[in-house]
Design a protein around this ligand. Structure first.
Ligand code: EPS
Length: 403
């Protein structure tokens, strides 16, 4: 239904994204996308690069007079840093006898794609790998996700995230979560809702920086207002939980994904792991609700209408200023890995990227169920579905019982 691809190296000229499958007639302006790009760049613990960049999208196609056309949406985000790297990254061949380009990476960093990438792609300089393995690419994903988020907003879906753990410091999570979630989370320098934990996280980042180390953490991503019935139980690749997990796991450095209770569910007896069904709920839930939301909004790979709750665990960034042992690719001798300019942590940004990936999966699932070449057609299909699932139970039980 929805297809997207990105291109671009971290210090190349620009990032490019193409998103296809968004229906015609969706109001869209570049500031919808820029706002998300800006959120991704923020977060305490980022390095000098984020001071150089000021990500802005240029809409190259698929949008006219503030509305989508139904055609592929091509987007460009320029790398400001390109001017400092144009000799390193130039696509043109070098003059004969010029010698190797500067900024080669020949001491691969443990944990990065450096070594496996050059082995697989038969390269000498790991820069040929790391430029694309860089998390810079996620700016293009966030641009695509922002368009999907705009579409989802038309159907009452709100997506937000917050950091629940960073550098081993756990935040206490308010219940219920504030609404809108991002308005509260974005106030903290690490996008954490617990002020005390937020302060401790900032201190931990400063400490790690002083020690030449890096930190990982966990972000929780929440989507509210999702209609019941997205995804399917019938085949493995249609299960929405599996599709979400793949999308989130594809974010650089993400090593674990949980839905709802996640791993904790495995430790509990069934009586404390599931959610009792009661009558109630919003229009999009057919008059059914859950007493709890341990399942994180998904049962059998299908949305329940309860909030989707996803957690993503990110390992510490693999570029260490006090580097780990590696092998020098020129001499074959033991060496310390190359220290490149990098971030101390990007966990707050990862939450924003995960929101974008979730938006992409949800928009895809919405299009699958409600289709439509235009927003209006999609809206008709959606309204009809919601009306029908509600009416069915109203009729069965007598109108007015299900609120
Ligand atoms: C990254 C290293 C740093 C990060 C970069 C990801 O960049 P640089 O090597 O230019 O200092 O800032 O992230 C971004 C550029 C971004 O936009 O998120 C890496 O090695 O993955």
């Amino acid at each position: 239904m929805l297809r997207f691809t990105t291109a671009g190296e971290s210090h190349g000229q620009a990032l490019v994204a193409i998103l296809e499958g968004i229906p015609a007639g969706l109001p869209l302006v570049s500031s919808d996308i820029d706002a998300e790009l800006e959120r991704r760049m923020a977060g305490y613990g980022r390095g000098a690069r984020m001071k150089i960049e000021a990500d802005r999208v240029e809409l190259l196609s698929g949008v006219r007079a503030g509305e989508t056309l139904g055609s592929p949406i091509a987007m460009l985000i320029r790398n400001r840093d390109w001017e400092n790297w144009s000799d390193v990254m130039a696509p043109e061949p070098d003059e004969p006898g010029r010698g190797p380009r500067r900024r080669r990476l020949l001491r691969p960093r443990p944990g990065h794609a450096d070594l496996v990438g050059i082995l697989k792609y038969d390269r000498e300089d790991a820069r040929d790998v790391l430029e694309r393995a860089s998390a810079r690419e996620t700016a293009a994903r966030v641009a695509c996700g922002a368009v999907c988020r705009r579409l989802l907003r038309e159907f009452g879906v709100e997506i937000g995230s917050h950091v629940v753990e960073l550098g081993g410091i756990k935040a206490s999570v308010p219940d219920p979560l504030p609404m809108p979630l991002n308005q509260a989370a974005d106030r903290s320098p690490v996008r954490c809702l617990d002020d005390k934990a937020s302060e401790a996280m900032v201190a931990a980042i400063d400490r790690a920086k002083g020690e030449g180390d890096t930190l990982g953490g966990v972000a929780e991503i929440v989507a509210r207002g999702v209609v019941v019935g997205l995804g399917s139980h019938v085949s493995w690749d249609r299960k929405l939980d599996g599709r979400i997990a793949q999308a989130i796991m594809s974010i650089p450095a993400v090593k674990g994904v949980e839905i709802g209770l996640g791993f904790e569910a495995a430790r509990r007896p069934g009586s404390q792991a599931h959610d009792e069904i009661v009558r109630g709920g919003r229009a999009g839930t057919a008059g059914f609700a859950r007493r709890t939301n341990r399942a994180g909004g998904l049962e059998g790979g299908i949305t329940t209408g309860e909030p989707l709750v996803i957690r993503a665990a990110m390992k510490p960034i693999s570029t260490l200023m006090r580097p780990l042992e590696t092998v020098d690719l020129v001499t074959g001798s033991p060496a310390r890995a190359q220290a490149e300019r990098s971030d101390v942590t990007a966990v707050p940004a990862m939450g924003v990227i995960a929101e974008a990936m979730l938006a992409l999966v949800l928009a895809d699932a919405m299009l699958e169920k409600f289709g439509g070449d235009s927003l209006e057609e999609m809206r008709c299909n959606f309204d009809q579905y919601v009306e029908r699932i509600n009416r069915r139970w109203d009729e069965a039980w007598g109108k007015g019982d299900a609120t």
